[in-house]
Write a protein that binds this ligand. Sequence first.
Ligand SMILES: Cc1ncc(COP(=O)(O)O)c(C=O)c1O
Length: 482
Amino acid sequence: MQIQRRRADGKPHLYEDVVDKIATMIKGGSFRCGERIPSIRAMSDRLRVSINTVSAAYARLEDLRLIEARPQSGFYVLPFEGAALVARRPDAGEDVSAKDVAIGDDAMKIIRRLSDPSLVPLATGAPNTALLPYRKLNALLAAETRKHPVESASYGSPRGNKHLRRQISQRLLTAGCSVAPDEITVTCGCVEAVSLALRATCRPGDAVAIGSPVYYTFLNAIQQLGLKVVEIPTDPSEGLDIDVLRFAFRHTPVRAVVAITNFDNPMGCVMPDANKQRLVELLAHHQIPLIEDDVYGDLGFSGGRPASAKAYDRNGLVLHCASVSKTLAPGYRVGWILGGRFQARIEALKALTNIATPSPTQLAVAEFLATGGYDRHLRSLRRAYAVQVAQMRSAVARHFPQATRVSLPAGGSVLWVEMPDGIDALKMHGQALEQGIAVAPGPLFTVGDDYRSCLRLSASTWSPRIEKAVAALGEMARRGWP
Ligand SMILES: Cc1ncc(COP(=O)(O)O)c(C=O)c1O
């Protein structure tokens, strides 16, 4: 039902007063981004107005994109929206040629320092360990190795521990995938899964299409495997641009497509289900495999877990890759791949690469997924990231030049920041290092010339020290604006 703005006699409705009061409090900072505002009942008590009036006010505030309702949780203040990224309109001259990847020494030096623990951590995509259940997990590791002394010290099968694969197959139901444990191969993290998928589907010299800006580790993998890259623009709200991909297929032979379907790194966007289905059908039509990275799928800020593209696969052409690195423990190196029609080849390559994934961490993760309260843990992790991303977004809005645009992630823990043209992100990266701050400059995320004025910021941690670092970056950006 559409809410009327004015009564028939021209006077404002009572709920509009409530809207104005709450909007003023949000804009003035009394209710901060990511914070839960009082429930409808509590607000009606506080303002001495009816529940219906507050309900109407909250609906209007949702329309205004100032708050959002989260099922069974309440109403939350949305991040500042004045500066969301704008989709770049691809033109007929879109460059969809296959390019060599040549990550130079300077770029490698930058990449190596992104996770330097002596720096303020604004650059890494790593999770905040303080938010992970490492004590419980480590206790399970000790208990499981005691319980299975021989198995934990022996070579496992290349396919991986059966108990773990059973747990993963159950969790995959939440992503819309109904798969048997034997269709899963356990890997040393998601990057190994993607790398095995690239090796199973491509030969040196082949071209791989991928969403741009590209997670730099994938550029590295493409380079190391002797492949070429075709960069396809990522729409800030819908992910990989399928129309440009279709256009690319007409001009460039593409051997495989890589897509981070849920909560993209670095854009944070989710590909809508209809697009996932369209993408899978397009690739099936061309018989091109889709390598899906769904490592952030469990980290959405609201609603249920989004589906994976794998849920729409009818041809065994989607190779679905993920891990527990972002939700439980990156150091455990437990990931997996559903290899589809490439599974036998994936397992042969896995056995050749490192025989099997270490047994002890597989045992511990399996037990955590079975008994450790994974869903409860995810709820608190997702809430924490939603608040931190909102805090970082609003800090960027406060400190960076006004024309700066920031992604509006639906999940995950990173922000993509587009500063006004002319601000040199590489130069800023150098200045930031001098001040003890790590940031990931945009040029790392492409083989082309784009993103010179962009940064990726990690919001996996939030503290006064981080806020000060964001303010310092904003100051550098303002100084660097010609
Ligand atoms: C898109 C994406 N895939 C994979 C990874 C790494 O996954 P893993 O540590 O499980 O290898 C990352 C880490 O930043 C990532 O952003």
